[in-house]
Design a protein around this ligand. Sequence first.
Ligand code: FES
Length: 158
Amino acid sequence: MERRVFIKSSGAIFVCTCLGSTVLSSCKAISGTSDTPIAPLDSFSLEGNEIKLDISKTPELKEIGGSVKISINNSDIKIIVARIDEDKFLAFTDKCTHRGGELEYNHEKGQFRCVSFGHSTFAKDGDALKGPAKSSITPYLIEANQDNILSINIGSNM
Ligand code: FES
């Protein structure tokens, strides 16, 4: 290989390598990941269209303002559950309507926020408030019973 050709091709590899690592780290920063804990596998079960979540096994939900995520194995069902008051809980599909970023619950602001670059925010009723997402996130009917069990109906979106 001629010296000039070698220098050109090795330079191209160097530029691609640098560009590749920059793009990769940028993508990571853009997509973002949520700090919201995942509910332990033994804290919930799927019974038909209903998820039964045991609050006693999810310490985050014992506190007002706490939240957890539920991920059902072998399905793309991902839900964020937040405790917004003593006896009031909310459940939404854990998917921003802009490009599918994960969500987090911010109790001080009373909003759900996408962790991705656009940081769209959503009201407690799911309505898009700010950012590139223009449509609401999907809420699920959720009820608490006296035994500290939450029932989340994933069969029919509200
Ligand atoms: S994915 Fe872009 S703001 Fe949520």
